[in-house]
Ligand binder design. Structure first.
Ligand SMILES: C[S@@+](CC[C@H](N)C(=O)[O-])C[C@H]1O[C@@H](n2cnc3c(N)ncnc32)[C@H](O)[C@@H]1O
Length: 319
């Protein structure tokens, strides 16, 4: 299994690690960024690594075998970031949590897309699944075959920004009355027949099913709510001077990241309007003026990096 880590140099630059630091990799994947982190923090450093996909976790463990004494592996959704960390360090209150840096490299890893049986790709025949955690209860098949027309319209519009969400939902509901959808290719081909390839008068390069597949994946894994909740937790467990680096792969995630940290860069003056104790003083400082994006060369070598946007922040004061 292989996954080319995205924006490797920039991740290390903005994590700005020193020997002995305690770092959270919230999205371990196959451990590419984690390996760089471990090199930077040295033998006295510690890595707390979250990964909800068991297979990726096992692969990362093999890759990071030489560093195993320095790593706490947490097979869990990063939405439990704060409780899993403060639970492990019982003597540490949230205010005193000693996390020096946190990395989020959101979304899918290459094995998710390459392995047809995970059901993420409309170009490879597999079950309509799309769960990051194969033990999760909700699958894309359940969403497609049981959600109401209204619910489907809403998720296609909100999570896929699909302009033809209503038409897609209506056609899906009418077709599933005759025969339920069960495979990715069958569903993708159906979408191709009902959605135009031409958008705004021009032939689009993206497959007509792209946005709807994105919407289903977000719904199945509750990705946007998980991200919102976890960003708050990350601001709480980071120590003053600590850094958080986030790589997102679509505009919905990037918007959530930008909006959340903006509220900490310029918190409102009163506590009623704010999540945290506030006097209007900034809680974080932005380290990346603009989001950092891959170079043309990186995109050529790793086309999956093309939509990546990296933002980084430093915590300035206790909250
Ligand atoms: C883009 S990959 C990370 C790749 C990794 N940085 C590397 O260099 O190999 C994202 C990983 O995060 C995991 N993931 C996504 N959402 C998660 C969540 N809410 N909790 C825990 N892991 C998550 C996915 O299963 C996937 O393995």
């Amino acid at each position: 299994m292989e996954h080319l880590s995205v924006l490797k140099k920039d991740v290390q630059k903005y994590l700005n690690l020193k020997g002995g630091e305690i770092v959270v990799d919230a999205t371990l994947g196959l451990g590419g960024h984690a390996e760089d982190i471990l090199k930077s923090i040295g033998k006295s450093g510690r890595l707390i690594a979250f990964e909800q996909d068991e297979r990726n976790l096992d692969e990362a463990k093999k890759r990071l075998e030489d560093y195993k004494k320095q790593i706490d592996y947490i097979h869990d959704n990063f939405r439990h970031l704060k409780s899993r960390i403060t639970g492990r360090r019982k003597s540490v209150s949230t205010k005193e949590a000693q996390i020096d840096a946190i990395l989020f490299d959101l979304g899918l890893s290459s094995p998710h897309v390459d392995d047809a049986s995970r059901g993420f790709s409309f170009s490879k025949e597999g079950p309509l699944d799309m769960r990051f955690d194969p033990h999760g209860e909700l699958t894309a098949e359940i969403v497609v075959n049981t959600y109401s027309e209204e619910e489907l319209t809403k998720i296609f519009f909100e999570y896929g920004e699909e302009k033809m969400s209503r038409k897609a939902a209506r056609e899906i509901c009418s077709r599933r009355n005759d025969k339920k959808f069960s495979t990715t290719t069958e569903f993708g081909e159906f979408l191709e027949t009902i959605l135009p390839r031409k958008r705004s008068g021009r032939a689009s390069k993206t497959h007509p099913a792209t946005k709807i597949f994105q919407a289903l994946r977000i719904e199945v894994n509750d990705e946007l709510n998980v991200l919102k909740e976890t960003l708050e937790q990350s601001a709480e467990i980071l120590k003053v001077g600590g850094r958080v680096v986030i790589i997102s792969y679509h505009s919905l995630e990037d918007r959530i990241v930008k909006k959340f940290f903006k509220s900490l860069e310029k918190p409102p003056a009163t506590e009623e309007q704010s999540l945290y104790q506030t006097h209007g003083d900034p809680i974080v400082k932005k380290l990346t003026k603009k989001p950092v994006i891959p170079t043309d060369q990186e995109i050529e070598e790793n086309p999956r990096s093309r939509s990546a946007k990296l933002r980084a922040y430093e915590k300035l004061r206790e909250i």
